[in-house]
Design a protein around this ligand. Structure first.
Ligand code: THU
Length: 136
């Protein structure tokens, strides 16, 4: 399997896109706005923000919004090459467990850029989600 490599310019583009879309978040309950952008293996970029709900469990994270938007546009063969996540509090924020599984489904080799406890971090999804589930 080929290793995923993302240039500094592309990483910055993804983070910029994540910060921009974060402003569209619907987060009246947590007041925590998140933006995510994904890079497909074909070089396209898609962005998404978190969308909360009065019924809290219906909340959709930014990462999943971006992924679902890519699939709605391109179809189910989308391969996620990289993901960038930003939040409006500038605090550590890596994809939640549910989003890790969704990223893994479409990008088992994906690289994730996010804010860690000691600053910007990058990790492969397989390291964030060891033994990710696959049906086939
Ligand atoms: N959230 C995301 O959108 N992505 C993450 O990586 C972590 C959490 C959202 C969900 C909810 O709307 C808010 O942040 C607080 O949990």
């Amino acid at each position: 399997m080929q290793k995923t490599r993302v240039s500094v310019a592309m990483r910055e583009r993804l983070l910029r896109s994540a910060r921009k879309v974060m402003k569209n978040a619907y987060a009246p309950f947590s007041n925590f706005r998140v933006g995510a952008s994904i890079l497909t293996s074909e070089g396209q970029v898609f962005a998404g923000c978190n969308v909360e709900n009065s019924s809290y469990g219906m909340t959709n994270c930014a990462e999943r919004t971006a992924i679902f938007s890519a699939i709605a546009k391109l179809g189910p063969q989308v391969e996620i090459y990289a993901v960038a996540v930003a939040n409006d509090h500038g605090v550590p924020c890596s994809p939640c467990g549910a989003c890790r599984q969704v990223i893994y489904e479409f990008g088992p080799r994906a690289m994730i850029f996010y804010q860690g406890k000691k600053g910007p971090k990058q990790s492969r999804i397989a390291d964030l989600l060891p033994e990710g589930f696959r049906l086939k």
